[in-house]
Design a protein around this ligand. Structure first.
Ligand SMILES: *Cc1c(COP(=O)(O)O)cnc(C)c1O
Length: 492
C-alpha cells in the first residue's frame, strides 16, 4: 500500500458531483411526471428477476458508479409501485415529501450514529427537538419523551415492552415471565392492527393473553365489554397490564373513545397505550380536537411520521408520558461504552430508550418537513386529505351504481352495487374481482376492507398529490370496470 490510500469505494469530489447532479436531475424529472406513469406495472416476480439477471453471481470486479446509477434509476423508475402517484390510495402508505429525500441524502452523508450523544452531538439534539415538536403537534404535554423508530410496529413494540416492565409483577426484568405463566393479559379491540400479535409472541405473553374486545357499529371499542372483561379476568386471577386504544383503525379510520378507556385504565391501574400510527396527526385539526381529547391521558403513544406527516419510509415514533419507563426497560451500561460524560448537562443516549443500538438519523427528514410546512401547513394538508375522502364518500353515495359504506378521518369504504335488477350475483365476489383488476390495471390503486360483512373498496388518502379531479376520475374508473365485471359474471 502506498502512503496515500487508493480506496475503490471512495468517490472523488468531481465524480460525486457529476453522478450526484445527474441523479438529482433524474429524480426531479421523476417527481414532476409521476402522475403520467402507471401506478404499478403488474410485472411478475420472474419478469422482474430477468431485469436484474436474478441468478447472476456476486460480481467479482467493481463497476463505475455512473454506469451503476444510470441503470439503477431506470430500474426503479420503471418497475416500482409509485405510492407518490396522485391516484395511489392503498393501505396507509403516503406520498413521500421530496424534502425527505434530500434530508436522507444529507443524513447518510454525515452519517451520525444517533445511538449515543457523543457519536451524534447535533443529531441527538435535533431528534430531541423532533420528539418535542411531535408531542406538541398531537397536543400532548411536553413532558412526553421518546424516540424515533422504523415504523408503527416498532413504535408499538417499544411501548409494549415498557408497559410490560412497568405493570408486571416486580423483577420481571430479572426473572422473565416464567413466574407469571399465562397470567399477564392485554386488552384491545378487534380492529387493532396485527402488531399486537407479534408483540405478545415476541415478549413472551403468547397470543392467548390478548383479550379481543368487541366493537360497536362504528368500529370503536365497546368500553362496557372492556370493563367487564377486565373484572372477570381479575376474578380469575389473571394479571391485566395494559389496554390498547386505537386512534384511527386501519380498516375504517375509527377512533376509540379514548377518554372512556383512560378512565377504565385509571380505575384498574393499567397502562394506557394509544396506537395512533395512522390517525394521531389528525389531532392537529381544531375540528378533531374533541375526538383526540383522551390522547393526553395516554401512558404511551405510537405514531408514524411516514404515514400522515408524509416522511419517506422509514419513520415511526414512540412517545411516553414518563420517559423514565423507557430507561427502566432498555438501559444498561456495558463496560465497553464510555458514553456518560460527567459534565453538568445530562447527555441523552438514545440506545437506552429503545431496542436499537446503532441508530440512523431518521429524525432529520421529519425535523425538516415540520419546518418546511409548519403546523398550519400540516393542518391544511391533512384537512384537505380528509375533505377529499369525504368527497369520495359523497360521490359514491350519489352514484346509482355505488354504495358508500363508511367514512372516517381520511378513509372511505364503498362498493360497486348495480342493484338487484341488473345483477343478482354475490356482491362480495364482484367487488373482490373489481379490486384485483383495479390493483393490477395501473390507473388507480385502492385496497380492501370488510365492513359489516361487506367486501369493500377502501381509499385512504394520505397523499398530498391527490386532487378533486383524481377523486372524480376514480369514481368513473370504478364504475366503468364494475359494469364490465358484473356483465362478465352474469354471462357465465
Ligand atoms: C400502519 C399501522 C401500523 C403499522 O405501522 P408500520 O409503520 O407499517 O409498521 C400499526 N397500527 C396502525 C393503527 C397503523 O395504521
Amino acid at each position: 500500500m502506498s502512503k496515500v490510500r487508493e480506496s475503490s469505494i471512495e468517490m472523488g469530489k468531481e465524480e460525486f458531483r457529476r453522478v450526484g447532479y445527474k441523479l438529482i436531475d433524474d429524480i426531479s424529472n421523476f417527481i414532476e411526471s409521476i402522475d403520467e406513469k402507471p401506478v404499478t406495472t403488474n410485472e411478475t416476480p420472474g419478469e422482474l428477476q430477468n431485469k436484474i439477471l436474478g441468478n447472476a453471481p456476486l460480481p467479482e470486479e467493481g463497476k463505475s458508479v455512473s454506469e451503476l446509477f444510470s441503470s439503477t434509476t431506470d430500474l426503479l423508475f420503471q418497475h416500482s409501485l409509485l405510492n407518490g402517484h396522485p391516484k395511489f390510495l392503498g393501505y396507509i402508505t403516503s406520498s413521500a415529501a421530496p424534502i425527505g429525500a434530500l434530508a436522507d441524502l444529507l443524513a447518510a452523508s454525515v452519517n451520525p450514529n444517533v445511538g449515543a450523544q457523543i457519536l451524534s452531538p447535533i443529531a441527538t439534539e435535533i431528534e430531541k427537538q423532533t420528539i418535542r415538536w411531535l408531542s406538541e403537534f398531537i397536543g400532548v404535554s411536553p413532558v412526553y419523551g421518546g424516540l424515533l423508530v422504523s415504523g408503527g410496529n416498532m413504535a408499538n413494540f417499544t411501548a409494549f415492552l415498557a408497559a410490560r416492565t412497568a405493570k408486571s409483577p416486580k423483577a420481571i426484568k430479572e426473572d422473565g415471565i416464567q413466574n407469571s405463566p399465562n397470567r399477564l393479559t392485554v386488552y384491545c379491540s378487534k380492529t387493532t392492527h396485527t402488531w399486537i400479535e407479534k408483540a405478545v409472541i415476541s415478549f413472551g405473553l403468547g397470543t392467548k393473553s390478548i383479550r379481543w374486545i368487541p366493537t360497536d357499529d362504528f368500529n370503536k371499542m365497546d368500553n362496557k365489554a372492556l370493563e367487564s372483561t377486565i373484572e372477570l379476568d381479575l376474578k380469575n386471577h389473571f394479571i391485566p397490564i395494559m389496554v390498547v386504544g386505537t386512534a384511527g383503525d386501519v380498516s375504517t379510520g375509527a377512533v376509540d373513545d379514548l377518554i372512556g378507556i383512560s378512565a377504565i385504565c385509571k380505575k384498574f391501574d393499567l397502562w394506557f397505550h394509544i396506537d395512533g400510527a395512522y390517525g394521531a396527526p389528525a389531532a392537529v385539526i381544531p375540528k378533531y380536537k374533541p375526538l383526540f381529547e383522551g390522547i393526553r391521558e395516554a401512558d404511551s403513544i405510537a405514531l408514524d411520521p411516514h404515514k400522515w406527516l408524509y416522511a419517506p419510509l422509514e419513520a415511526g415514533c414512540t412517545l411516553i408520558k414518563n420517559p423514565q419507563h423507557l430507561l427502566d426497560t432498555y438501559s444498561s451500561h456495558p463496560e465497553y461504552y464510555n458514553f456518560d460524560r460527567s459534565g453538568k448537562e445530562k447527555t441523552q443516549n438514545f440506545y437506552e430508550y429503545g431496542l436499537q443500538n446503532s441508530r440512523g438519523f431518521r429524525a432529520l427528514k421529519v425535523w425538516l418537513s415540520l419546518q418546511q410546512v409548519g403546523r398550519s401547513g400540516y393542518e391544511k394538508l391533512i384537512g384537505e386529505d380528509i375533505e377529499l375522502s369525504e368527497m369520495l364518500f359523497e360521490l359514491a353515495k350519489k352514484h346509482p351504481e355505488l354504495e358508500a359504506v363508511s367514512q372516517s378521518l381520511s378513509i372511505t369504504t364503498f362498493r360497486y352495487n348495480p342493484g338487484s335488477t341488473e345483477y343478482s350475483g354475490n356482491l362480495n365476489m364482484l367487488n373482490e374481482n373489481l379490486l384485483n383488476e383495479l390493483q393490477t390495471g395501473g390507473q388507480v390503486f385502492l385496497s380492501n376492507a370488510i365492513v359489516n360483512d361487506k367486501y369493500c373498496l377502501r381509499a385512504c388518502i394520505v397523499n398530498f398529490r391527490t386532487s378533486q379531479s383524481d377523486i372524480e376520475e376514480i369514481i368513473e374508473l370504478v364504475v366503468k370496470l364494475g359494469r364490465k365485471i358484473s356483465l362478465r359474471i352474469s354471462q357465465t
